[in-house]
Design a protein around this ligand. Structure first.
Ligand code: TRP
Length: 367
């Protein structure tokens, strides 16, 4: 049997600025996390410190959302017995690495980061965002590299951040670990680098269209099916989709919203059936939108049923305690890994004056 120590590692996370996961989150990144839980040693980070970039004046909201995200994850099926849930604010090594990594990224490069730029626009931050807002992109490099992961499953909107993280890892290894600048990223650790150069992994459906058929599915656009919508609501929302198609014998657009959903939600479990629907739809071979919607409703509800069942307990009176105990259980294991990374980073940077005791605290290396 392989133990966690021999598995490649994953780190990924969410920022608790809100809760309420929808199908876009599911196909964009949660599905990958679920699928990879057995093959990888997984760390799932709740970026509660980052939530303060926009909610500094609402600490109670950040706390409630933190607990809410953990419940969302548990309901979806992330399993704290197999994976480690990491609460960012309890991992001091992340804060320390953030400052050290900030020296390795040109200021202007951070400010040109397209993910940050988009967020400034969509969240209407204008000119008034705090210094800590762009700083979070550097912090995210530390979130990731503290755990020395091989893979970072994220939505496509996060790719610019992962690219920056790779740059930091490359530069650190070159500057402080003597790795030559012609060494390929995948060979960095073999060449003595502390950090693996992690790869982003975007979900099967990078951008799931919302119920309006135009925009990306998103809570604020009111075009989402939530993972905790009940079965009837799911079907009702699907039934309201419009395609402009008039009859079951009219050839349908094979790229329209219904066909995208067929691929996303029927195709995952039954690719042959998805292909058949698609073929008949495009040919106008006697398959109506109403029929497709009913079949989609069944597929989506099959996916969501176990999540709703797990959710029921978490919404009950013990829910917060369950979430809090999962959070507490992850802290020790996460610090074991992150402290070791920090220790080794400081050694490489000749900052190993009074290293925090590693062995005495039972920290285990995986190497
Ligand atoms: N910025 C990510 C988001 O908003 C959340 C996040 C924080 C993250 N740290 C991370 C994701 C590290 C992946 C890896 O979705």
């Amino acid at each position: 049997m392989t133990t966690a120590a021999h598995k490649p590692r994953i780190l990924t996370g969410d920022t608790p600025t809100h809760t309420g996961l929808h199908l876009g989150h599911y196909v964009g990144s949660l599905e990958n996390r679920l699928r990879l839980q057995d093959q990888y040693d997984c760390y799932f980070l709740i970026a509660n410190v980052h939530a303060f970039t926009t909610l500094a004046d609402k600490p109670a909201d950040v706390r409630a959302n933190t607990i809410g995200i953990v419940k969302d994850w548990l309901a979806v099926g992330l399993d704290p017995d197999r994976s480690t849930f990491v609460l960012q604010s309890e991992i001091p090594a992340i804060a320390e690495l953030t400052f050290l990594f900030a020296m390795l990224i040109p200021f202007n490069k951070v400010m040109r980061n397209p993910t940050l730029k988009t967020e400034i626009e969509t969240k209407g931050l204008g000119e008034s965002y705090p210094f800590g807002f762009p700083m979070y992109a550097v912090g995210q490099c530390a979130d990731i590299l503290a755990f020395r992961p091989d893979l970072v499953p994220v939505g496509e909107d996060q790719q610019a951040h992962i690219e920056m993280c790779r740059d930091v890892a490359l530069k650190f290894n070159q500057m402080y670990c003597g790795v030559g600048n012609r060494v390929e990223p995948q060979d960095h650790q073999k060449a003595g680098g502390l950090f693996p150069i992690p790869q982003a992994k975007v979900g099967r459906v990078a951008r799931l269209v919302g119920l309006d058929g135009v925009n990306k599915m998103s809570k604020s656009l009111n075009n989402a099916i939530f993972l905790y919508d009940d079965a009837k609501t799911v079907q009702k929302k699907l039934n309201r989709i419009t395609t402009g198609r008039q009859s079951p014998t009219e050839p349908g657009n094979p790229d329209n919203i219904l066909m995208q959903y067929v691929d996303a939600f029927i195709g995952a479990a039954d690719p042959a059936r998805a292909a058949e629907i698609r073929r008949r739809y495009a040919a106008g071979d006697n398959i109506g939108d109403g029929h497709v919607k009913a079949e989609l409703g069944e597929a989506v509800n099959r996916l969501l049923d176990p999540m709703r069942a797990r959710r029921a307990e978490l919404d009950g009176p013990r829910g917060d305690d369950i979430a809090l105990s999962v959070i507490r259980a992850g802290i020790h294991k996460a610090n074991a890994v992150a402290e070791e990374t920090l220790y080794r980073a400081k050694q490489a940077m000749k900052l190993d004056f009074g290293a925090r005791a590693l062995a005495s605290q039972g920290y285990q290396s995986r190497d």
